[in-house]
Design a protein around this ligand. Sequence first.
Ligand code: 5GP
Ligand code: MN
Length: 345
Amino acid sequence: MNDLLNRIDKNLIKEAKVLLSDSTKISIIPHSGPDGDAIGSSLALYQYLKKKGKQAQIISPSAYPVFLKWLPENSDVWIYTNGKKKAEEYLNSSDLIFIVDHNSFKRSGDLETVLEKATAKKIMIDHHPEPEPIVDLMFSDVKMCSTCEMMYEFIEALGDENLIDDRISECIYTGIITDTGGLSYNSSQPRTYQIVGSLIANGIDKSKIHSNVYDNFSPDRMKLLGHCLDQGMEVLSDYQAAIIKLTKEDLVRFNYKDGDTEGFVNYPLSIQGMKMSVIFIEKDDVVKISFRSKGNVPINSVAREYFNGGGHMNAAGGRTDLKLDEAINLFKKVLPDFHKTLEEK
Ligand code: 5GP
Ligand code: MN
């Protein structure tokens, strides 16, 4: 596969090799509220660094969903909010910090100021648009379907493809499928399938991974999904958009656990003609919003402009201090003009 290696800058890889050989103690930081790609790529890197004889530690800014708790080595992950002092000591005595699956300290949650002050060299491995210049070495490419895909390329470019065993491959595959809706969107580059082919050759059990990631609903979670679609969804056909509203009371009623609403926002996109879907979730002190779109609809601009967020063209997120209904009304207010810009394209 070496003919396809131009996706990673060889000069940057040389610099990464120097930083890696100068480092013994390494921190790996996924984004706050980590998803399959953030945790998968962090665990892949963690296992790789350990194979290279490094002392490494994943410090997640916050907890991650149960459907990732089967991943190899996941019990080694530290959650910052569960032990801040220990995590800060480790971070502040690290020689090297990897910023993984995000590109702004704002996405590092409670670790934002700790990372801003950290003096260690930093390497970013990411695939989101508009990376901020917060690191010494940046591996950032929006053409990668996932940070996990980038991680595969990174390890291969370092000359260590042979160290990608079945366990590392499981982590990488998980990030690839969770960031592409099971290889349904944002996954049309042949190279992605060459990498998937290598992961299968490395011995991953694809069916087991799909089952672990997707077939894990509690009865309450399945009922919450039913409630979202039956009671919480509003279809705005004129604008090819659907909204799902979830109140704090809904979450209590269905015994909400972290990660339970993951993926719910995608369902309305299965309605014929829909181009946008947005879920508004009322949390204790904030409304969390997830945006999804199809095709050439830059929903991330709505997330960025009105909801303090951002992300990819077809998958973005944000949050607001507005009340739940105010947030929904704001979206409805800006939707007609946004929809008009799509028609003009
Ligand atoms: P989700 O809706 O699954 O939370 O996030 C979808 C995508 O948007 C992910 O790629 C995530 O990294 C990005 N995203 C989610 N929340 C935010 C946010 O607050 N700020 C930015 N810049 N991106 C976000
Ligand atoms: Mn990602």
